[in-house]
Design a protein around this ligand. Structure first.
Ligand SMILES: [Zn+2]
Length: 152
């Protein structure tokens, strides 16, 4: 209030500079909005490059190992290993059932079969005959009761 008539002479004049204040408010709103949606406020390109950099050493190790064993990567569009990312880089996890091509919900959750393959509950019940199923991705057969619900 002392500098109300002389903002130019105030040591706090940067607070009243319109461009800076607007950018601060815009950044704050963006962060809050993204936070509410469970999304990152960072640029998607930055996140993708950073996650790729974290995964790169494992990828190199894996491809070197596979080359030595003369084995090929057979799973299309999917890494054959987990890449642990920091919690700050984990957002809004979703799972799309590879059988029904639909996103899982609380009513139709992802179910992991004992072989490690995951499908949604509805798909699992559709492929089941009675209480038994055959995994749509490998020769494994099993009981519906052995499938585990996955919480995302
Ligand atoms: Zn399977």
């Amino acid at each position: 209030m002392i500098y109300a008539t002389n903002l130019e002479g105030s040591p706090y004049r940067h607070i009243f500079e319109i461009n800076s204040a607007f950018e601060d408010v815009a950044t704050s709103f963006t962060r809050e909005f993204c936070s509410l949606l469970g999304l990152s406020a960072e640029s998607p390109l930055y996140i993708a490059v950073t996650a790729g950099s974290i995964a790169l050493p494992r990828l190199i190790k894996y491809t070197t190992y596979m080359k030595e064993k003369k084995t090929e990567w057979t799973t299309e569009n999917e890494l054959a290993f987990e890449t642990p990312l920091p919690q700050s880089m984990v957002y809004h996890p979703i799972f799309v059932c590879p059988v029904s091509k639909e996103q899982t919900t609380e009513q139709n959750p992802a179910m992991m079969l004992p072989c490690g393959h995951v499908v949604c509950r509805d798909s699992l019940h559709k492929i089941a005959k009675g209480s038994r199923y055959k995994c749509p991705y490998c020769p494994t057969e099993g009981h519906l009761r052995d499938a585990m619900k996955i919480t995302l």
